[in-house]
Ligand binder design. Sequence first.
Ligand code: ZN
Length: 68
Amino acid sequence: MDVSKMRYFEKIESPQQRDFLCAQNNCVLCSQPLQLQHRQGPEKMSIQENAYCQSCDVKTRSKDYSIH
Ligand SMILES: [Zn+2]
């Protein structure tokens, strides 16, 4: 298992990464912070990420990360 994928969201070392995550974590429409949810997939081999904006009432992102 590649644990670096799991730690990606918790361990931020460089300013570039911080800026990237900041951009990713704010709504593109209203710039409000997004509600991020990470759920383990049903087969426990993937992480599902959902980003939701309460202001716009829109789900902006849904991704599946496979854990190899
Ligand atoms: Zn928004």
